[in-house]
Design a protein around this ligand. Structure first.
Ligand code: PGA
Length: 249
């Protein structure tokens, strides 16, 4: 199972900027003679075309940051998984904490997106994580269990390698406050158990990524933690140079 290093560009970059960063990333990776990791970039929808072209033939994959669960229809402003797929995406994010918090997305809606995305042959990264209040109240395990079980209630991934979890403690996203290594190991261990109970044998092949203020300086230590199979990087992925340092950490 290859480690998965993902860049979440959020709502940053115009198409020319995205094209430039993608070119820089591909060129920087060419200089690395040995990179055995799977790399995915999640640009804004308007940049997908540019990034798919800039990364073509490089092995770098592209994903959507969001999707709507229907194939097509009168859903103004929405994008379907099959549209992402035909635009050159092989991945999609689901349940990012910013979508939960700012756009009010609930687990049942996220479950529909995941089922639809898997149907469209997209690999899914389901983002989960607790707020500081939930952690302090002792609800870490309960929150993760609910988000994973309810988020996957509409579909069981046929291919476990196409389903990953990103553990992103809400208090560590974009705050510069990275979770401590023991906290990361604890949460990832809990998630591995939840996956085992939910998916039986295939749980071992599902990757669990860490996300939240990952930087070149902390990436190496986080990657060494038990049950950490990759990273989901926001701010530090916007520049090709720092993202490549994280990939190679
Ligand atoms: P950050 O974002 O690395 O900027 O904290 C991570 C994410 O939201 O996926």
């Amino acid at each position: 199972m290859k480690k998965l290093i993902a860049a979440n560009w959020k709502m940053y970059k115009t198409p020319p900027q995205a094209m430039q960063t993608a070119h820089d990333l591909v060129n920087a990776l060419k200089e690395k003679t040995f990179c055995d990791k799977e790399i995915v970039v999640f640009p804004p929808f308007t940049d997908i075309y540019a990034v798919v072209h800039a990364t073509s033939g490089s092995g770098v994959k592209v994903g959507g940051q969001n999707c709507y669960p229907e194939i097509e229809g009168a859903f103004t402003g929405e994008i379907s998984p099959s549209m992402l797929f035909s635009a050159g995406c092989s991945y999609v994010l689901a349940g990012h904490s910013e979508r939960r918090r700012i756009f009010g997305e609930q687990n049942d809606f996220i479950a529909k997106k995941i089922a639809s995305a898997l149907q469209a042959k997209l690999s899914v990264v389901l983002c989960v994580g607790e707020t500081l209040e939930e952690r302090e109240a002792g609800y870490l395990e309960a929150v993760l269990k609910k988000q994973i079980e309810e988020g996957t209630s509409d579909a069981v991934p046929a291919n476990p390698a196409m389903f990953s979890i990103a553990y992103e403690p809400v208090w560590a996203i974009g705050t510069g406050k990275v979770a401590g290594l023991p906290e990361i190991e604890e949460a990832h261990g809990i998630i591995r158990n939840i996956l085992q109970n939910r998916f039986a044998e295939s749980f071992a092949e599902m990757r669990i990524l860490y996300g939240g203020s990952v930087k070149p300086e902390n990436a190496g230590a986080i990657m060494k933690c038990a049950n950490v199979d990759g990273l989901l990087v926001g701010g530090a992925s916007l520049q090709a140079e720092s993202f490549v340092q994280i990939i190679c950490a």
